[in-house]
Design a protein around this ligand. Structure first.
Ligand SMILES: *[C@@H]1O[C@H](CO)[C@@H](O)[C@H](O)[C@H]1NC(C)=O
Ligand SMILES: *[C@@H]1O[C@H](CO)[C@@H](O)[C@H](O)[C@H]1NC(C)=O
Ligand SMILES: *[C@@H]1O[C@H](CO)[C@@H](O)[C@H](O)[C@H]1NC(C)=O
Length: 313
């Protein structure tokens, strides 16, 4: 489909600033190494409109991390059989199915069995949190969410890798009935659509987000598993023009019943009642809130090295 190409292309353009000189080489990744050379392996999950292996985004980040941490084993998740499917699945494949596919991929990888760190970009952030909550084996050690939407979105002002036609189509679907079974099943973004004016509908019908955020019942397994993380790092982009509300990147959201005022994670019922174990994690110093002064997923190599790399070393 043409839009997937356009989306991937635009995403690349957005990330171009990351290139600090030097050409981008379309080369195969290094030969498989037996170990991770003493470092903890890393699993990456890309964002909407992107894929595992785009040489200007995930491919670039993978390469950069491999340069900074010699010998590290990095897996950039591909959902589907090829890059095109991977990109399309980021829009149209049931998120719960994506999460369970990833769980089995990780469980089958012999080099991850000692544990791994995880880094999710945009929606990949909340998807990897679901992996932590549902699939404790192999163990995830540190989870870094880069611009993830942990309380969902109530607006998609701009798609990353924007094709306005596609964005308009998604917005129309979301507005026409984000919580209808059909839209829920087939539109990824509907599965983390969080309408504060229709809280009942959200709680009842959101197939993915309401489940992992314990909106219907408290699943003690989720709570226990999430607390197994050594660290949960949340990155918020201060000039984000894609995610609405941007507070969601730090697990905050709009107060229920209106669409203007926001509340922080610490002010939310989720935290106060500690339905997910986040208050306990906060008290134990496991939650790290970082900010980046840029638009969605826009950061420099220097920023990445200074702020995120220490969590991987
Ligand atoms: C966006 O995608 C649609 C559908 O694939 C296509 O018809 C349109 O030309 C694209 N828009 C731009 C600006 O490339
Ligand atoms: C393993 O790590 C050491 C120290 O970080 C580094 O010097 C060496 O090149 C690495 N080995 C491989 C195979 O990357
Ligand atoms: C709680 O989560 C676990 C792990 O995903 C799942 O196996 C179990 O069925 C869930 N329990 C309930 C009551 O939803």
């Amino acid at each position: 489909m043409r839009w997937t190409f356009v989306a991937a292309f635009r995403m690349s353009a957005v990330l171009l600033f990351l290139l600090v000189g030097g050409p981008v080489l379309l080369v195969a990744s290094k030969p498989v190494q037996e170990t991770s050379n003493g470092s903890v392996p890393l699993v990456l999950w890309h964002g909407m409109g992107d894929s595992c292996c785009n040489p200007l985004s995930m491919g670039f980040i993978k390469k950069m991390i491999e340069e900074e941490i010699p010998g590290i084993y990095v897996v950039s998740l591909m959902i589907g059989k090829n890059v095109m499917e991977d990109t399309e699945n980021g829009f149209f494949m049931d998120v719960n199915r994506q999460v369970s596919l990833v769980c089995s991929t990780l469980a089958r990888d012999p080099r991850l069995q000692g544990g791994y760190n995880a880094m999710g970009f945009s929606q990949g952030g909340q998807f990897l949190r679901a992996v932590a909550q549902r699939c404790p084996s192999p163990p995830m050690k540190t989870l870094i969410s880069v611009g993830g939407q942990h309380q969902g979105v109530y607006g998609l002002p701009r798609c990353p890798g924007e094709n306005s036609t596609l964005c308009d189509m998604i917005r129309k679907l979301l507005n026409s009935g984000a919580y209808s079974d059909l839209v829920q099943k087939h539109l990824v973004q509907a599965q983390y659509w969080h309408d504060p004016l229709n809280d009942d509908l959200y709680r009842k019908h959101s197939l993915f987000l309401a489940d992992i955020n314990q909106e219907r019942v408290v699943n003690e397994t989720y709570k226990k598993n999430l607390q197994l993380l050594q660290r949960f790092v949340l990155v918020k982009f201060l000039r984000d023009s894609v995610v609405d509300p941007v507070d969601s990147e730090w697990f905050g959201f709009l107060k229920t019943g209106q669409a203007k005022e926001t509340e922080t994670l610490q002010e939310s019922a989720l935290y106060k009642e500690d339905r997910l174990g986040l208050a306990a994690m906060d008290a134990a110093g496991k939650l790290v809130f970082l900010s980046c002064d840029g638009d969605h997923l826009q950061f420099t190599r220097e920023w990445f090295k200074e702020k995120l790399l220490p969590f991987l070393q």
